[in-house]
Design a protein around this ligand. Structure first.
Ligand code: ZN
Length: 138
């Protein structure tokens, strides 16, 4: 399960609402105690997708590496990635699955008409063929 503390949670919501109607993306830093993860910081990352960003996001590998070292400097780990789905449910799409990594939690925020609607966290399998829903609290 993954728990997002109030500070990072509101930062993620604000980011998703500001970026609407495009997708936002960012990193979640925190601590993982086995399967119990706590997010204590959210780091905005740039959506590097060159085309229409209303239904796509792309992270640069170097931005992800920078987020990972930022986490280490704070004695935290990079435990997941978040992104938004403007006017779309918080499901894990085929593209999301293709671009995923099995060792991260993927939080998807559904923003409907510019406002937060719901969120889900996903755990992709190693083959990137399916993602299981992870218990999410915030
Ligand atoms: Zn997505």
């Amino acid at each position: 399960m993954i728990r997002i503390e109030s500070g990072p949670w509101h930062a993620m919501l604000a980011h998703a609402v500001e970026t609407y109607p495009n997708e936002c993306c960012g990193a979640m830093l925190g601590v993982a105690d086995g399967e119990a993860k706590t997010v204590s910081e959210a780091l905005r990352l740039e959506n590097a997708f060159a085309g229409a960003q209303a239904a796509r996001y792309e992270l640069r590998p170097e931005d992800l590496m920078a987020a990972d070292s930022a986490a280490r400097k704070r004695n935290l780990d990079l435990i997941g990635i978040y992104h938004s789905h403007p006017d779309c449910d918080a499901y894990f799409s085929a593209t999301d699955l293709k671009n995923s990594c099995p060792w991260y939690s993927f939080v998807v925020l559904s923003i409907q008409k510019g406002e937060f609607n719901h969120a889900n966290s996903w755990l992709p399998n190693v083959d990137q063929t399916a993602a299981a829903k992870e218990e999410l609290s915030y």
